[in-house]
Design a protein around this ligand. Structure first.
Ligand code: ATP
Ligand code: MG
Length: 259
């Protein structure tokens, strides 16, 4: 089952490395994520998306405001909140199979789920590489392994920081479908960061568009389309144009097309 996340009046201020000043990475964020919802965070580089995920994961604390997970204040990390980092974080001394087994063992689910390990490896398309170590995999393979490792322990909330960013477009579309299938099966709550407007519309029920310096929520857009979604449909096109406009890219795109 999924979980709820309540973010209230959250700001995050970092000390700057170069000067004695500070940097406001997140400013006054209010957001309620529903149980079992698939939500994406979309925004330019540096607008605080990873910082927000890290706070929800319990790896950072807010400077102001608070975050509640299933109604309780977040204190540190917990295996019910899985995180797939922007850079993959497989254990380099363990094989693909070893990494998944480690996740199950460290969350005390190994006895119950050891029969599923091979299925996860196959799902990631890594069957022939299951005994390989991370340095013997391509970037995309590593990211796929990190993704299935996080999914294998069935977290109530999965925080995904551009998990498909390093993949070629075919693998990416296949994994988008797999992500949707797993989400519908496991009914966990998903918060996923992406730079890709189409990916956000294809996957999520709501898209949170963020603006930079300081990171704020510019708009929350409902995606009322049923699954599976058609990337070529008129509704999809309308949403794409709306989000492009919101992100201030519409003008550039129009100019490109009128040349
Ligand atoms: N630990 C830190 N110390 C100081 N500044 C930080 C720290 N982490 C993030 N920042 C700053 O906070 C801002 C937001 O960073 P963040 O990584 O959250 O952005 P992002 O939206 O995930 O960007 P990208 O799309 O490039 O991954 C940036 O200006 C970054 O330099
Ligand atoms: Mg980031």
């Amino acid at each position: 089952m999924g979980a709820t996340v309540e973010i209230n009046n959250l700001s995050k201020i970092f000390a700057r490395q170069d000067t004695s000043g500070t940097l406001k990475a997140l400013d006054n964020i209010d957001l309620s994520v529903r149980e079992g919802e698939f939500l994406t965070l979309l925004g330019a580089s540096g607008c605080g998306k990873s910082t927000l995920l890290r706070i929800i994961a319990g790896l950072e604390v807010p400077t102001v405001g608070d975050v509640k997970f299933n109604g309780e204040a977040i204190k540190g990390t917990d295996s019910s909140r899985g995180l797939v980092f922007q850079e993959h974080t497989l254990f380099p001394w363990l094989s693909v199979k070893g990494n998944i087994e480690f996740a199950l063992k460290s969350t005390k689910q190994y006895a119950q789920k050891k029969g599923e390990v091979d299925d996860w490896i196959s799902l990631a398309g890594l069957w022939e590489f299951k005994r390989n170590y991370p340095h013997q995999l391509s970037g995309g393979m590593r990211q796929r392994a990190a993704l299935v490792r996080a999914l294998s322990v069935s977290p109530k909330l999965l925080l995904l920081d551009e998990p498909l960013g390093a993949l070629d477009s075919f693998t990416r579309m296949n994994l988008q479908d797999e992500l949707l299938r797993l989400w519908q099966e496991q009914k966990n709550t998903m918060i996923m960061v992406t730079h890709d407007i189409d990916e956000a519309i294809y996957l999520s029920q709501r898209v949170v568009v963020m603006s930079p310096r300081p990171g704020r929520i510019a708009k929350i857009i409902d995606i009322p389309m049923s699954y599976p979604r058609n990337r070529a449909s008129g509704d999809f096109e309308v949403l794409r144009a709306q989000i492009l406009k919101l992100m201030n890219f519409a003008k550039e795109v129009q100019e490109e097309y009128t040349i």
